[in-house]
Design a binder for this molecule. Structure first.
Ligand SMILES: [Zn+2]
Length: 78
């Protein structure tokens, strides 16, 4: 049987939760970085007619909505 003192048990208990917390933090940071790279690579568009959100890899000034077929211009252009 493993013999532990109460102070060692408390220390291992705290260490366990610190490791879990740091692992989760690192995982969340990696995920955030990956999502930012994804958003940078893809341009997201929202259709002005049906509000459908779709993505395009190319930096186009006008796209066609895959849902309703209407044309959408980049914001800021007339
Ligand atoms: Zn649409």
């Amino acid at each position: 049987m493993i013999r532990l003192e109460l102070s060692q048990l408390v220390a291992y208990y705290i260490l366990f939760f610190v490791i879990i917390f740091l692992g989760g933090w690192v995982f969340a940071c990696r995920r955030k970085k990956r999502d930012a790279a994804y958003r940078k690579e893809f341009k997201f568009w929202q259709c002005s007619v049906c509000a459908f959100v779709y993505s395009s890899m190319f930096d186009e000034s006008m796209t066609v909505c895959p849902q309703c077929g209407s044309y959408n211009k980049k914001e800021g252009e007339t």
